[in-house]
Design a protein around this ligand. Structure first.
Ligand code: SF4
Length: 322
């Protein structure tokens, strides 16, 4: 299966450059593994506003009820510079056709959430409440329909699987959107039927109605409506239970042709999946193999078997947080 390359914005200090406050770079196994399959767009907001590396670490403080971003020792306030940069950068990124963001977690600039707040600079108490970084918060506001994750959360397999599914599905949608052909949209919808069923059955039906286009709307309007609904559908992660139901649904295609031992083997795998002992991809491989053996062409193109490149499922992921 061929995949379109998603465009991903990434904080520059993650595997791209030694631009952190202490001159270091964050290493990330999955960011390196993902690199050949995506186009990374990156920047370092702190260096873009003119700070050097190494530099004094920044922190968020609350002053007169307002969050400010300041140097942690000297207290130099860079809030205005950071807000202006972040707003301009967010506008610029609207032209990059992005499919998602990987931001540095807990950073007062890039963090999306879980950023500590202090009462002041220097030796100061932490406020028992978390916030977002200045750049991360503005990105979160302006790109609320796209997946925005921090690199820490993405070390969890199920969060990463959901992120990959979203970015590769939207990248494929955008590739067909370039030509705006109704036939391409029908095929896209059909190939994703079981994946979408696992995400949200109600929204799958809505997408089906949009594609059926009984109102004879213009193709551009159909694509626009479909895209909005698709992004909504992909927002909320699926669950093991929903995936299990879809797996059983697909099993129905060949259950009359399978031996009782084959069925028992599959149901045992299903139980292992539900017990978080194996990833869904193990079940998908067996179903995919039966779809080939029984020549059920409709199933052979279903994205639920491979929602993203297989190489991204590393052996070390198996069984983690499924
Ligand atoms: S977290 Fe953001 S601002 Fe801080 S070093 Fe990384 S890219 Fe730069």
């Amino acid at each position: 299966m061929e995949f379109n390359k998603p465009n991903i914005f990434i904080s520059k200090c993650i595997e791209q450059d030694h631009c952190r406050y202490d001159g270091s770079m964050i290493t990330s196994e999955f960011v390196k593994t993902l690199e050949p399959y995506v186009n990374y767009v990156y920047s370092c907001p702190e260096m873009e506003i003119g700070l050097p590396s190494p530099r004094e670490a920044l922190r968020i403080i609350v002053e007169d009820g307002e969050e400010r971003i300041v140097s942690s020792k000297s207290g130099k306030d860079v809030t205005e510079d950071m807000v202006t940069y972040s707003e301009n950068k967010a506008d610029e990124l609207k032209n990059e056709n992005l499919d998602g963001f990987i931001l540095k977690g807990r950073s007062p600039s890039c963090g999306v959430k879980d950023v500590k707040m202090y009462k002041s600079f220097g030796k100061s108490q932490i406020i028992p409440k978390k916030t977002s970084g200045v750049f991360g918060g503005i990105i979160d506001d302006k790109f609320s329909m796209l997946p925005i994750e921090d690199e820490g959360r993405l070390t969890n397999f199920s969060i990463r699987e959901h992120f990959y599914t979203r970015i590769f599905t939207t990248a494929r949608f955008k590739s067909i959107k370039k030509n705006m052909k109704m036939g391409h949209l029908v095929k896209f919808h059909s190939d994703n039927k079981y994946l979408f069923m696992a995400y949200n059955q109600g929204r799958l039906k809505t997408l089906g109605k949009i594609v059926a286009n009984h109102e004879k709307k213009k193709v551009e309007d159909v694509y626009k409506e479909y895209e909005l609904e698709l992004l909504e559908l992909l927002k909320t992660p699926t669950s093991s239970k929903r995936k299990m139901n879809v797996a059983l649904h697909i099993l129905g295609y060949f259950s009359n042709d399978l031996s009782s031992k084959e069925k028992a083997y599959f149901l045992d795998l299903l139980q292992q999946y539900m017990d978080s002992q194996i990833p869904f991809s193990n079940l998908a491989s067996v179903l995919e193999m039966w779809a080939i053996r029984f020549e059920i062409d409709y199933l052979n193109t279903q994205s639920i078997f491979n929602p993203f490149p297989k190489d991204l499922i590393k052996v070390t992921d198996s069984g983690k947080g499924l």
